[in-house]
Design a protein around this ligand. Structure first.
Ligand code: ZN
Length: 209
């Protein structure tokens, strides 16, 4: 079974407040021989639109760019942990889980239900900096969450991003894990190959292993 855990990119999707809006514009034209229409689309959007990867350069001057990471980090065994009914994920929430062999972790929270809201949801569940430090100690290489930031909304200092990105742990944001239960999967999270990127939209899928 393949689970598509990406959100659709549309002109009406929620984006981070202040980020560029998504603008998909039809630029179709008639073929030269006038036998058919050639459809194509002009695309304008931020690099952190929808389901996307954060590279260290997103928050850290001289941090690594996305292309400097091997795809081995973005493809491999991943564990989904469902953490419902919390406002944030703290160290204590993580300490009670089994971390044996976990290299990539995706957190399914109540956020996943809010993709259906049709507008930006400010009260999203986030990972506390102390939780991020726990993941650093466990040697995790990639952390995913089911909304547009892993930090608390209006957290100007971005402490959770900085804990993870300063250790070159990639962040996969904007997942929709509604259809997925806790457990082990194969993750394929392949960002657009943007040159020198601070981040990029990705198609992410989970496959039952
Ligand atoms: Zn981010």
């Amino acid at each position: 079974m393949i689970y598509d855990v990406t959100v659709p990119i549309t002109n009406t999707m929620p984006v981070w407040p202040g980020d560029p809006p998504v603008q998909l514009s039809a630029k179709s034209h008639e073929s030269r021989d006038k036998t058919h229409i050639v459809s194509l689309t002009a695309i304008a959007m931020g690099s952190h639109t929808g389901t996307h990867i954060d590279a260290p350069f997103h928050m850290i001057k001289d941090g690594k760019r996305l292309h400097e990471f091997p795809l081995e980090i973005l493809v491999g065994r991943a564990t989904v942990f469902k953490i419902p009914r919390v406002r944030s994920i703290g160290r204590a929430d993580l300490e009670r889980l089994d971390w044996t062999g976990v290299e990539r972790v995706l957190f399914k929270t109540d956020n996943s239900a809010h993709w259906l809201d049709g507008q930006f949801y400010e009260g999203f569940v986030y990972l506390e900096p102390a939780g991020a430090e726990f993941l650093v100690e466990r040697g995790v290489r990639l952390v995913g969450i089911d909304y547009l930031s892993i930090d608390k909304f209006r957290s100007e200092a971005h402490p959770t991003h900085l804990v993870l990105l300063s250790k070159n742990i990639l962040i996969l944001e904007g997942l929709n894990l509604r259809a997925v239960t806790s457990g082990q999967y194969m993750l394929y999270a392949l960002p657009l190959n943007l040159q020198d990127a601070d981040g990029a939209p990705a198609r992410a899928i989970l496959v039952n292993s």
